[in-house]
Ligand binder design. Structure first.
Ligand code: PLP
Length: 414
C-alpha cells in the first residue's frame, strides 16, 4: 500500500524568517532586493538579529555563571565573528589561522581557547605567545609547551582535553568515547597531569567534548552530567586549582525531514543543578559550554539563482549557479551516509500555489551536485531564487570552492 502523503516526514518549519509579499525576508530585506544589493548570486546571508535572539534565548535558560563560547569553525566569517565576540563569553579556535581571525575580530586572549588533535609546533608557539588557553590533546605537547614557555618567559595556560569513557548518544558526529584522535583517554589522564605538573605548565582545568549535532535533550543533559562527574573525579589528581571545566555542547539543529527543534529545558535544568554543585565542588571555577552550529546555523541561508529549467524524461531539474562547491553539506557529501534534503524553498515565490516536484542541481559536471532531490517546490523559472535554509554553519568554509573553477560565493552579515 502506498504511504499516505500526510504520514511522510516533513522538515521542521523555518519560521525564523518572515515572509512579506511572497518573498522571504532576511536581515529585514525581501530576498530579491537583498540579492540586488549583494550584487551577485550565489551568496550566503547571515541574519545578525537571529543570532542575537538565539544567544539571548540560551542566556535566559542557562544559569548566569555558565560561560557561553562560540566554536568558530562553524562559521569563521570575520564580520560574523566580530558580531559573536560582542555576544558570547569566549571563542574556541581550532588552528593558528582561526586564532589570528579571532584576535582580529576583537576577542580577548584570555577568552580564547585552542583545541585540535594535531597542533603544529609553530601553532603551539603562536598560542603560547598570544597567551590563550591551550587544550592539551597529547603527551607530545607537554615538553613542547614547556620549552616554549621557558623561551617566552611565562607559563603556558593549559586545559587537558579528555577522551571520555562515554559518548553523546544519538549524535550526528561522535567525538568522544571509544578510540578517538581527540584528547587523551581518561585512563591516561593521571599520568598526563603528573607530566604537566613536572613541566610547570599553567594548568587551568579540563575540556570534554562528547559529540555534536544531537537533537535529544536528554542525551545532551546526560553527557553534560557525565562530563562534570568525570572532571570531578580527575580533579583529585590535578596539579593545581581548577579554574575552567569545559563541558562541551553538542546541541543540534533540525536539518532533515522528521527532525524537530531541540527542547532546551532539560539541558537548562541539568546545568542549573551542576552550576549549583560547582560552587562547592569547583570553587572559583567557570563551567563552559562551547557551541557552534546551534548559535549560527539557523540564522543563515544560501541563495542561488535558477539558470535553467530542464525536463528530463518527466523529471524537472532546476539548474542553479550554486551547488556543492559552495555548500557541500546541503549536497549530502559532508558526512551523510544516505543523502537527505536540507529545507529548500523558492525564496521569491513563498506564497505560490502552483507547486511541483523538482530537483535543484548545481552547475558542476558531477551527479553529486544536488541541492534538493525530488522536493515539493513552487514552480520556478530561470531568474528565481533558490534558498537553502539551516546554512549558517559548516557552509562556505566547509566547501570545496575551487572545484571546477566556478566563481566564489559571497557572504554577507545582514
Ligand atoms: C566542532 C566543535 C564544536 C562545535 O560543534 P557544533 O556541532 O558546531 O556545535 C565544539 N567543540 C569542539 C571541540 C569542536 O570540535
Amino acid at each position: 500500500m502506498p504511504v499516505p502523503i500526510s504520514a511522510l516526514p516533513v522538515h521542521a518549519p523555518m519560521t525564523q524568517f518572515a515572509v512579506c509579499c511572497g518573498e522571504l525576508v532576511v536581515g529585514g530585506e525581501p530576498l530579491s532586493r537583498l540579492a540586488a544589493r549583494v550584487g551577485q548570486t550565489p551568496f550566503y546571508a547571515y541574519d545578525r538579529a537571529l543570532i542575537q535572539a538565539r544567544v539571548a534565548e540560551l542566556r535566559a535558560l542557562l544559569p548566569g555563571t555558565v560561560r557561553l563560547h562560540y566554536a568558530m569553525k562553524a562559521n569563521p566569517m570575520p564580520a560574523l565573528l566580530s558580531w559573536m565576540v560582542g555576544l558570547v563569553d569566549g571563542v574556541d579556535v581550532a588552528s593558528a589561522g582561526e586564532l589570528k581571525v579571532a584576535l582580529e575580530a576583537g576577542a580577548s586572549p584570555s577568552s580564547i581557547s585552542f583545541a585540535g588533535p594535531g597542533k603544529r609546533e609553530a601553532e603551539l608557539r603562536q598560542a603560547v605567545a598570544a597567551n590563550v588557553l591551550i587544550s592539551i590533546e597529547s603527551f607530545r605537547e607537554v615538553p613542547l609547551l614547556q620549552a616554549m614557555a621557558r623561551e617566552l618567559g611565562w607559563p603556558a595556560r593549559v586545559l587537558v582535553r579528555v577522551n571520555p569513557d562515554f559518548e553523546l548518544k544519538h549524535s550526528g558526529l561522535k567525538m568522544g568515547g571509544g578510540a578517538r584522535q581527540f584528547g587523551v583517554d581518561v585512563e591516561q589522564v593521571p599520568a598526563l597531569l603528573a607530566d604537566i605538573g613536572r613541566a610547570g605548565l599553567g594548568f587551568e582545568g579540563f575540556h570534554l567534548y562528547a559529540g555534536s549535532q544531537s537533537l535529544r535533550a536528554q542525551a545532551i543533559a546526560e553527557a553534560l552530567q557525565k562530563s562534570y562527574e568525570l572532571a570531578l573525579r580527575l580533579a583529585a589528581k590535578a596539579p593545581g586549582p581548577i579554574r575552567v571545566v569545559n563541558l562541551g555542547g553538542g546541541l543540534g539543529i533540525p536539518y532533515f525531514p522528521g527532525e524537530r527543534h531541540l527542547e532546551l529545558a532539560p539541558i537548562g535544568g541539568t546545568l542549573a543543578h551542576l552550576a549549583q554543585r560547582a560552587q562547592t565542588e569547583f570553587p572559583g571555577a567557570a563551567l563552559v559550554l562551547e557551541l557552534g552550529r546551534y548559535l549560527v546555523g539557523e540564522a543563515g541561508v544560501y541563495v542561488a539563482r535558477v539558470i535553467d529549467r530542464k525536463v528530463s524524461r518527466g523529471k524537472v531539474f532546476l539548474v542553479t549557479d550554486g551547488g556543492l562547491h559552495h555548500h557541500l553539506a546541503a549536497s549530502g557529501n559532508f558526512g551523510q551516509v544516505l543523502r537527505k534534503n536540507y529545507p529548500v524553498a523558492i525564496g521569491n515565490l513563498m506564497d505560490a500555489t502552483a507547486r511541483e516536484t523538482a530537483s535543484v542541481v548545481g552547475p558542476s559536471c558531477s551527479p553529486l551536485d544536488v541541492l534538493a532531490d525530488h522536493m515539493n517546490l513552487a514552480v520556478a523559472q530561470p531568474g528565481d531564487l533558490v534558498v537553502v535554509f539551516q546554512s549558517g554553519a559548516y557552509g562556505a568554509s566547509a566547501s570545496p570552492q575551487n572545484f571546477l573553477a566556478h566563481p566564489a560565493c559571497v557572504e554577507v552579515l545582514v
